[in-house]
Write a protein that binds this ligand. Structure first.
Ligand SMILES: *Cc1c(COP(=O)(O)O)cnc(C)c1O
Length: 443
C-alpha cells in the first residue's frame, strides 16, 4: 500500500497517520473507522490556491463537498480559503450549520427542488449553477417573490469525453447534466437567462468527468467554452465574467493511477484560458474550479478488523472485514480498485494472496481481489488507503449496518468528527402503526 501524506510505518511496525498509531485508534474508536489525515487535506487545498496565485488569474477554488461533506470538513475548507459546492439541501444545511460563509457557496444539481432553492435564496448563497430551463423559471419566480437577485452560472455540456469510466463521465453529449453546447441549447439558455429579471448571469460552467489524469480534456473544454463566450458576446453583446471548468482531477488509488500535480492541471487551464481569451480579444474572466476527490481522496484511510477467513484450497482465500459495501460502495458500483495493508503488522513480508470480502449479504460485496498480505490472522487490522472521497459520503445502512465513526488526525491528536451510528440512527425513525402494535397476550 502506498503511504500518502503523513502516513508512516512506525518503530513498532504499525501504520501511523498524523502521528497516531492506527492500533491505538482502533482501540479508542473501534472499527470500521474512517481516518482522515488533516494535514494532507490542508496541503491539497493550498496546492490549488498556490498554483492559481502563480498564474496571476482571478480565481475561486470550490471544494466539491459531495466527495466528503461534514461540518468539520467545512471548517477546514473555510480556514483554507476555498469556496464550497453543494448539491442538496442536506449539504447546504451542513455547510450553514458549520458557519461556512453563504456567499462562498455554489449550488449545483440537475433537479433542485423549489424547497431547496428557497433555502438557498434565504441563506443568500453566492451562486446557483443552473442546469436546465425549468430551473431558470423556478429560480426567477422564487427570487422575485423574495425581491432578490440570484447569481447564476449556466452548466453547459461541452461534448468532451474525458476518457474515463463510462459511469463517471459527464461531458459527452448523452448526459443528464446541463445545456448542450453543440446543438444550440446552451445559446438559448443564455438568451433566456438574460431576459429573466431576477437572475444575474455571471458566466458558464463545464465539468467533463472524474478521475482524469491528463490536461487535454480541460484544454478542449476551455477551447469550446471560449468559442461559445465569443459567440455570445458577438451576437448578444453579453460578456461573461466567470468561467468554471469543474473538477475531476485524478488521484492515486492503486499503482495503475498516475495523477498529475495540481499545479499541472491549473497551469494547463490557465494557459488555455489566457491564450484563448487573448485570441478573441475578450477580457479575462475569473476562473473557478471544483476539485472534490483530489482534496480528500488520498487523505482518507479505512481501518477494519479482520474476522472470518474462508480458505477454498486451490481456488481462493477470502478474508472478511467488519464493514464492506456499506462504508465503501465504489468497488461494487464502479469496479473501483483499492490497495490495503495489515496496519498492525506492516513490516512483515507478504506470504499469501487473499481477497477481501465485506460482511453484507451480497456476493458482490467484495472490497479487494487478490491482495498480497502477510499470513492473515483473525483480529488483524486491515487499512485500505485512498478512501477519503465518495466512501463516507456514499455510505448506506444496507443490512441495517451502522455507519462508522470519522476521525481527523493531526500532530499526534485524533478528534472524532462524526460519531459512530447508534442503533437509534438505524431504527430510530421507524414507527409502528397502532394496528400493528404488539397486543398484550390475553390470559
Ligand atoms: C462531482 C463534481 C465535481 C467534483 O468531482 P471530483 O471528481 O470529485 O473532483 C465537481 N463539479 C461537479 C459539477 C461535479 O458534479
Amino acid at each position: 500500500m502506498y503511504l500518502h501524506g503523513t502516513s508512516i510505518i512506525n518503530a513498532e511496525g504499525r501504520l501511523e497517520i498524523g502521528g497516531c498509531d492506527t492500533s491505538d485508534l482502533a482501540s479508542r474508536f473501534g472499527t470500521p473507522l474512517y481516518i482522515y489525515d488533516e494535514q494532507l487535506i490542508r496541503t491539497r487545498c493550498r496546492e490549488y490556491r498556490d498554483a492559481f496565485q502563480a498564474t496571476g488569474l482571478n480565481f475561486q477554488v470550490a471544494y466539491a463537498s459531495k466527495a466528503f461533506c461534514t461540518m468539520a470538513m467545512c471548517r477546514i475548507v473555510e480556514e483554507e480559503g476555498l469556496s464550497l459546492d453543494v448539491v442538496s439541501d442536506g449539504e447546504l444545511y451542513t455547510a450553514l450549520q458549520a458557519g461556512f460563509p453563504a456567499g462562498k457557496i455554489h449550488f449545483h444539481g440537475n433537479n433542485k427542488t423549489p424547497d431547496e432553492i428557497v433555502m438557498a435564496l434565504e441563506a443568500n448563497i453566492g451562486c446557483f449553477v443552473v442546469d436546465n430551463f425549468l430551473e431558470l423559471q423556478v429560480l426567477n419566480e422564487l427570487a422575485r417573490a423574495r425581491k432578490v437577485k440570484a447569481n447564476v452560472l449556466l452548466r453547459i455540456s461541452p461534448g468532451v469525453d474525458a476518457h474515463t469510466h463510462e459511469f463517471i463521465s459527464t461531458g459527452q453529449i448523452d448526459s443528464k447534466f446541463g445545456f448542450d453546447l453543440g446543438n444550440g441549447t446552451a445559446f438559448r439558455a443564455v438568451q433566456e437567462t438574460l431576459k429573466l429579471e431576477q437572475l444575474r448571469l455571471l458566466g458558464i460552467h463545464s465539468h467533463i468527468g472524474s478521475q482524469i489524469f491528463e490536461t487535454e480534456g480541460f484544454r478542449l473544454a476551455a477551447d469550446k467554452v471560449t468559442r461559445f463566450a465569443a459567440e455570445v458576446r458577438d451576437q448578444l453583446s453579453y460578456t461573461f465574467t466567470v468561467l468554471n471548468l469543474g473538477g475531476g482531477f485524478g488521484i492515486r488509488y492503486t499503482e495503475g493511477d498516475t495523477p498529475l500535480p495540481s499545479a499541472d492541471y491549473v497551469g494547463a487551464i490557465a494557459d488555455a484560458v489566457k491564450t484563448n481569451f487573448a485570441a478573441y480579444n475578450y477580457p479575462l474572466p475569473e476562473i473557478w474550479i471544483e476539485p472534490g476527490r483530489s482534496i480528500v481522496g488520498e487523505a482518507g484511510t479505512t481501518l477494519y478488523t479482520i474476522g472470518s477467513v474462508k480458505d477454498i484450497p486451490g481456488v481462493r482465500k477470502y478474508i472478511a472485514v467488519d464493514g464492506g459495501m456499506t462504508d465503501n460502495p465504489r468497488p461494487a458500483l464502479y469496479d473501483a480498485k483499492y490497495e490495503a495493508m495489515l496496519a498492525n503488522r506492516a513490516l512483515e513480508v507478504e506470504e499469501e494472496v487473499v481477497s477481501v470480502a465485506g460482511k453484507c449479504c451480497e456476493t458482490g460485496d467484495m472490497l479487494i481481489w487478490d491482495l498480497a498480505l502477510p499470513a492473515v490472522r483473525t483480529g488483524d487490522l486491515l487499512a485500505v488507503s485512498s478512501t477519503g472521497a465518495y466512501n463516507y459520503a456514499m455510505a448506506s445502512h444496507y443490512n441495517r449496518i451502522r455507519k462508522p465513526a470519522v476521525v481527523f488526525v493531526k500532530d499526534g491528536k485524533a478528534d472524532l468528527v462524526v460519531r459512530r451510528d447508534t442503533y437509534d440512527d438505524v431504527a430510530g425513525n421507524d414507527l409502528i402503526p397502532e394496528r400493528l402494535m404488539k397486543q398484550p397476550v390475553a390470559k
